[in-house]
Write a protein that binds this ligand. Structure first.
Ligand SMILES: Nc1nc2c(ncn2[C@@H]2O[C@H](COP(=O)(O)OP(=O)(O)OP(=O)(O)O)[C@@H](O)[C@H]2O)c(=O)[nH]1
Ligand SMILES: [Mg+2]
Length: 228
């Protein structure tokens, strides 16, 4: 069998990257902070979004696009709290921008302060897809073990923040907050680290304060006078 090597001299993802950059700019300019929430299955993404919605009720506006392979179970949990659209990938292990944009249209493209995208539970593939987010947040739950950053480095390298979830279970598990933080910062030294229990609503106000800071920072960046 003859073997041929084809050298591709252009970035095959260039169009997707440009579309994501344009959508990020559009949403940022109008005052919406887009947050891509990633984790392994069951780390507590939907539970954290429920707690976040309760915290921001009456203070900040938010909407959620929630991705899953099948079912609208997460959307059913969130819809009583905030405008939510379920994105069903039909088997794909991650979300891509066109599906996110369809979801945004289905929501009516609301000019909310925070647009959360709950990605499909998976620490691998979602790391490679830009969904036009301004902030990428990876959750690690205490039940998963504190060795995950080094094993799934791209997810942590491409995130701005890591949230350690289910801290109420720390007394029962061999999980070290210091070890997981050190492991993650070996990969991404600038990583912001928070820890909380969404179930017990402990640490949720610090998380929301962090989001508020990111929101204010973005508003200031888009409204800075243009450099002459
Ligand atoms: N003890 C404890 N359990 C939690 C906490 N947060 C979530 N859980 C539980 O963990 C399980 C999974 O939570 P979800 O919020 O559905 O997790 P998810 O990441 O959205 O799951 P997928 O969307 O399926 O990937 C549920 O049984 C939650 O009640 C927490 O802070 N403490
Ligand atoms: Mg979920």
């Amino acid at each position: 069998m003859t073997r041929r090597t084809i050298i591709v001299k252009r970035d095959v993802q260039a169009k997707g990257k440009a579309n994501a950059a344009a959508e990020r700019e559009r949403l940022g300019r109008r005052g919406t902070l887009v947050i891509n929430i990633l984790s392994s299955p069951g780390a507590g993404k939907t539970t954290l979004l429920e707690a976040t919605a309760r915290h921001f009720a009456g203070r900040r506006t938010m909407a959620v696009l929630v991705g899953d392979l099948e079912t609208d179970r997460d959307a059913q949990r969130l819809a009583p709290l905030v405008p939510t659209v379920q994105l069903t990938t039909g088997g794909a292990c991650h979300l891509e921008l066109p599906l996110v944009q369809q979801g945004l249209t289905a929501l009516g493209d609301p000019a909310v302060d925070f647009l959360f995208i709950e990605n499909v539970g998976n620490l691998v593939c979602p790391a490679s897809h830009d969904l036009a987010e301004h902030l990428r947040v990876v959750l690690v739950s205490t039940t998963e073990g504190d060795d995950k950053p080094g094993k799934y480095p791209k997810m942590f390298r491409t995130s701005q923040a890591m949230v350690i979830t289910k801290t109420d279970l720390l007394p029962y598990l061999p999980f070290s907050v210091d070890a997981v933080t050190e492991d993650a910062r070996q990969i991404q030294p600038q990583l912001d680290v928070l820890s909380l229990s969404a179930l017990h609503e402990s640490g949720v106000s610090d998380w929301c304060e962090y989001l508020e800071q990111q929101y204010q920072r973005q508003l200031a960046a888009y409204h800075e006078p243009a450099a002459k």
